[in-house]
Design a protein. Structure first.
Length: 404
């Protein structure tokens, strides 16, 4: 068909998922037609093969659907040749009235999550919600979508959110596909239940719940140029996934990066970004087939397996096992569930995992006499030293002769 075949009122056509065009389209096909039109609007020109793969139908079905869209007043061009493909007529916008009531409700149910507000998009999303709410059709007897029904509270209990003053600059770089000059703070020697030093990415990005931004010894900020590929919010903590760029003037930078990191993107904890400057002249080349969610899943799994582990065997009372989940989280819950049978003293053997022996002694000291360390010996010595220090600090005269 030709663009001139449609008059000015073409954009006023309403194609909803529950309308039967000319009496022969069932609701499933109507949904597919809406999806086809929205795909072309979002992605521009697409081949019939790509559309068929996306919608899980045959190429012949795609051409029949395009014919149906044209009949309904939705101007779709199907152009032959290597440079051809399927596309909407230039300037045409598919009307929002294509949303069904259930689809509108799905978009509105979450309201404006805090993560969206962090990115500076709260007002934009609220405006979009108003348009969806007023434009979407409603089923008979059903009220229009109201206030949000689901609230996302991302951070874990008793874990605050760290400041991320440069998050919006990074979000803008992601949206625009521009490079960024980062100032980044790496922390070494961190302890606790997070990683210390370099993470799996080689850039010190301990996953959420790890050591805080001021843990460990401070390493001078490092400036680098990166190509932002996406942002991830992990349990309330923001991370930037970015392609590594060589330093300006470094001719061998690309080769060195590939040799050291295999060409994989880097991960940066946004709370450790000390400066971020958008580079209008530096574009971002996304790796072929890069998928942010899939990359994050792989990277997270690699990070967990790369963390150093110290296995500590202990015997614990029932009272100690009962509070393991509160002290050690899910790992403590799993350890308590796998505890061995009780011995003559009522103690059950459990194996716990820590990053360092000193951390293990520090975390286990709070259990007092409800827990006895079997091994390693270094953790036992750490607990004894802690007990001596406590006695000396709180009652020095009475314990002056404490055996050493």
């Amino acid at each position: 068909m030709r663009p001139g075949d449609h008059g000015r009122d073409a954009t006023q056509v309403s194609l909803t998922s529950d309308v039967r065009i000319f009496g022969y389209l069932d609701s499933m096909r109507a949904d597919r037609l809406v999806s086809l039109a929205l795909l072309l609007q979002a992605r521009g020109r697409m081949s019939a093969d790509d559309l068929a793969a996306e919608l899980e139908v045959s190429v012949r079905t795609i051409y029949r659907d395009i014919s149906a869209l044209n009949t309904a007043g939705i101007p779709v061009l199907a152009e032959p040749g290597r440079s051809g493909g399927c596309r909407l007529v230039d300037g045409y916008r598919f009307p929002l009235r294509g949303l069904s009531p259930d689809e509108a409700e799905a978009l509105l149910i979450l309201g404006v999550p805090a993560a969206i507000a962090d990115l500076g998009l709260a007002d934009t999303l609220s405006a979009a919600h108003r348009k969806v709410s007023t434009s979407a059709g409603t089923a008979a007897g059903q009220p229009r979508p109201g206030p949000p029904l689901v609230h996302l509270d991302m951070p874990r209990w008793f874990h605050g959110t760290e400041p991320v003053p440069h998050l919006r600059t990074l979000a803008e770089a992601v949206r625009l596909g521009r490079g960024v000059e980062l100032g980044y703070r790496r922390d070494q020697g961190a302890s606790g239940n997070g990683a210390s030093g370099d993470g799996a990415s080689g850039d010190g990005a301990a996953p959420g719940g790890g050591a805080g931004p001021d843990a460990g010894s401070r390493v001078p900020d490092k400036t680098r140029v990166v190509g932002p590929l996406g942002l991830v919010n992990k349990a309330g903590t923001w991370y930037l996934v970015a392609a590594r760029h060589p330093a300006p003037g470094d001719r061998n930078g690309d080769v060195r990066e590939k040799r050291q990191h295999g060409g994989d993107p880097a991960v940066f904890r946004v709370g450790r970004v000390t400066a971020a400057r958008l580079l209008a002249a530096v574009g971002v080349t996304r790796p072929d087939g890069f998928d942010l969610a899939a990359f994050w899943e792989r990277w997270s799994a690699a990070f967990v397996t790369s963390r150093s582990q110290v296995l500590v065997r202990v015997r614990a009372t029932a009272a100690a096992l009962a509070i393991f989940p509160y002290v050690f989280g899910d790992a403590g819950r799993r350890a308590a569930a796998a505890a061995g049978p009780a011995d003559a003293e009522g103690l059950r053997e459990v194996t716990l995992s820590f990053e360092e022996e000193a951390v293990a002694a520090h975390r286990l000291a709070g259990f007092g006499g409800d827990l006895r360390v079997i091994e390693p010996e270094a953790v036992r010595h750490g607990l004894i030293a802690t007990a001596r220090d406590l006695l000396a600090r709180y009652d020095p005269p009475a314990n002056a002769g404490f055996a050493r």
